[in-house]
Write a protein that binds this ligand. Structure first.
Ligand SMILES: [Zn+2]
Length: 210
């Protein structure tokens, strides 16, 4: 049997082999209640894309303000303190996500293109995905993939992840020369790596559950 904490889902999973009875499984969980409570207390509550939720968009806290309208389309506007959503929909979560992805792409694209140009390379396509184990990847063909949840990270962290992937256009490994180039292309490589190490998991709690 094994207990696993999943910060993305905000729960603890107990894996039980078929031959183990439910009673034995519950005893195992009870015996490990200290561990379970410690992990749960460290997990942060999920934050839905809904009215009154606070999202750290580009690292800056913004409250979602949803106004129901009679129109047909949903319009989102970002201010310094709010994300205003005018929508006829009861649940505009998908519209909010689409808006955030657009915002992130608009930020990433010019940064990625400028960094690539500075080392004589070019970006072809940028794709945003909901990745769990890495923040991005980059193929030698110039196709960049980034985790869309980076939209909740500070700008310099996004800048670092972009720099990291662009540096892979030059060096496919994580050699010393790769890190030198990555450092050169980043605003704050060390601070950003430390930030992701400490806060990366917390980005998974925003929006749609996996
Ligand atoms: Zn890498």
């Amino acid at each position: 049997m094994a207990l696993r904490a999943d910060p993305a889902r905000g729960d603890i999973c107990l894996v039980v082999p078929k031959r183990v009875s439910e009673k034995t499984a519950w005893k195992f969980a009870t015996d490990n209640i200290g561990w379970i409570e410690a992990r749960l207390s460290r997990m942060q509550k999920p934050v839905p894309f809904a009215h009154d939720s606070v999202l750290p968009i580009f690292g800056q806290e913004r409250r979602i303000v949803v106004t129901r309208t009679g129109g047909r389309t949903t319009a989102c506007t970002l201010t310094d303190t709010t994300l205003e959503v005018h929508t006829p929909r009861e649940n505009p979560a998908n519209n909010i996500k689409a808006f955030l992805l657009d915002q992130l792409l608009e930020t990433i694209r010019p940064a990625a293109e400028a960094k690539a140009r500075s080392i004589g390379k070019a970006i072809r396509k940028i794709t945003l995905r909901d990745t769990r184990t890495r923040w991005g990847s980059c193929g030698p063909d110039g196709n960049l993939m980034l985790c869309w949840r980076l939209v909740f990270a500070p700008m310099q962290v996004i800048d670092y992840v972009v720099a990291h992937e662009v540096a892979h256009l030059q060096h496919l490994d994580h050699s010393r020369r790769f890190w030198e180039l990555c450092h050169q292309l980043s605003d704050d490589m060390h601070g950003s790596r430390a930030w992701l190490e400490a806060n990366g998991d917390s980005l998974l709690r925003y929006g749609l559950r996996p």
